[in-house]
Design a protein around this ligand. Structure first.
Ligand code: HEM
Length: 458
């Protein structure tokens, strides 16, 4: 099946290469270093001491921001700058400015990684400056899309609502992130720091992951999955019906949790839990509507990028089920809150769902080596196996640390396995991305060649 015109995207400024490859390359470099690489190191230290409190919250959050803005954010920006204008039948406004976003975001992520991890003295100011730059860049990115959308010639589709919601969550989440960053690195004492974390860290992650990441992934999936993988078209009416329940549930959860923490009213916590149940059910139905497990209408290799997309959907269901069951686990163990369960739930969605979707779509849209034919579409088995094994070990063993300290050992090893899987995948995709980064004519030819050998089944 040839790639649909929308999925081919548009070139950057005249004579320059496609926009997305350099964003993806930078995202991969950041995750292997300050993101997943650092996360694996943190996990080994946690495992050695058998205590999640072994590493400072500043180090954890420095890793978290590298993953959210560096890995996830740069993939979103690269994909969106390339593809959204094509979805909308419009030319991207200010493509040179769009290119300039990349180095600026890399500088912000790296500066924040170094300074937020140990925010003593001037480092706290530098961390806030980096966070402010991140917020400004997100505003600029979203502004570019708003201006581009005004030039649209294609009719609107339900997918665009999800994309617009994703962009709105990006702005809101970045604003809250900047406030949270300032209040944590400048907390006058430990009590103030813990109060800020206990109240605002959870809604911040909800906005970043359930708001930004999920809405973006649903919008992009509605647009491109059938064209890329030969999966059936999603039911647009069902997607439309699920839009508001998802958005309102994310909003309600993000409002009710801090309110419950501030007022200590148990009823508000029950309201928060009900919002998470509505979110989980609506998100699961929206994902099921994409029908990624239906037989594709095209022949695909055994380990194709679709395998990652399908595994992502399994991990999404695992994470949503854990989200709903969280309070019962704490109740069963007589804990006020299980950090282990909560962290495992987050990992299932950030690695299992979000990162697997990114890997699946990136692996499919990136051109194959010239002359590699249909075999060039196949992914090696190792990254798929290692990433699934690592994620399964992390999620299951982190939960078990509540019951037996020996589970810290496999949980600690899981990070190394995941990073090995990511690095293996990088050896597969990086040369392809480098080739796709060539000047526009040859990159477009490669992109066309990459997609042609899959016959159209429709
Ligand atoms: C791939 C390997 C990864 C490893 C080894 C890793 C490791 C860790 C560790 C050890 C923590 C602190 C412990 C905990 O809260 O459970 C953590 C937290 C965090 N990670 Fe990762 N991580 C990885 C991937 C990711 C990805 C892909 C994302 C986002 C796309 C991400 C975002 C975060 C965030 C936001 C937090 C803070 C959690 C919170 O606020 O509760 N991580 N990670």
């Amino acid at each position: 099946m040839p790639m649909p015109p929308a999925a081919r995207g548009q070139p950057g400024p005249a004579g320059r290469g496609l926009l997305y490859p350099r964003f993806f390359l930078a995202g991969i470099a950041l995750t292997l270093s300050a993101g997943a690489g650092w996360g694996a190191w943190l996990l080994l230290r946690i495992a050695r001491e058998r205590d999640f409190a072994e590493v400072s919250i500043f180090e954890i959050n420095a890793h978290g921001q590298a993953q959210i803005y560096g890995w996830m954010g740069l993939f979103i920006a690269g994909f969106a700058l390339q593809m959204f204008p094509a979805f909308w039948g419009a030319r991207l406004v200010a493509p040179r400015l769009a290119r300039a976003l990349l180095p600026a975001m890399v500088v912000a992520v790296v500066l924040r990684a170094f300074t937020e991890a140990r925010p003593d003295g001037r480092f706290a100011d530098l961390a806030i400056a980096a966070g402010a730059l991140q917020f400004a860049l997100v505003l600029l990115l979203v502004g570019l899309f708003a201006a581009t959308a005004r030039r649209r010639s294609a009719p609107g589709r339900v997918a665009d609502r999800f994309l617009a919601a994703g962009l709105a969550w990006f702005v809101l989440a970045s604003a809250l992130d900047l406030r949270h960053l300032a209040r944590t690195v400048r907390a006058p004492d430990r009590e103030a720091l813990l109060a800020e974390i206990a109240t605002w860290q959870l809604p911040l992650r909800d906005l970043q992951i359930h708001g930004l990441a999920l809405s973006m992934i649903l919008g992009v999936s509605l647009r491109v999955l059938p064209g890329l993988f030969g999966t059936p078209l999603a039911d647009e009416r069902r997607a439309r019906r699920l839009f508001w329940p998802i958005q309102l549930a994310v909003f309600a959860a993000a409002m009710l949790f801090p309110l419950a923490m501030a007022t200590r009213r148990p009823l508000l916590l029950v309201g928060f839990w009900i919002a998470t149940v509505v979110f989980a059910v609506a998100a699961a139905l929206a994902a099921a509507n994409l029908q990624v497990f239906a037989r594709p209408r095209v022949e695909l290799p055994r380990v194709s990028p679709l395998a990652f997309v399908r595994a992502a959907h399994v991990w999404l269901v695992v994470s949503l089920a854990m989200l709903v069951a969280g309070p019962f686990w704490s109740w069963l163990l007589d804990l006020p809150f299980s950090h282990a369960w909560h962290g495992a739930t987050r990992h299932a969605i950030t690695v299992g769902f979000v990162s697997f979707m990114m890997i699946g779509v990136a692996s499919r849209i990136t051109p194959r080596p010239p002359g590699s034919g249909a075999a060039g579409a196949a992914l090696p088995l190792a990254p798929f196996a290692l990433l699934n094994l690592g994620c399964a070990l992390r999620v299951s063993q982190q939960v078990l640390t509540d019951l037996m300290p020996t589970a810290f050992v496999p949980a600690g090893v899981s990070g190394v396995i995941e990073v090995t899987g990511l690095a293996w995948w990088a050896t597969w995709i990086v040369p392809r991305l480098v080739r796709a980064n060539r000047p526009i004519a040859s990159a477009r030819a490669a992109l066309a060649e990459a997609t042609e050998p899959i016959p159209d089944g429709r």
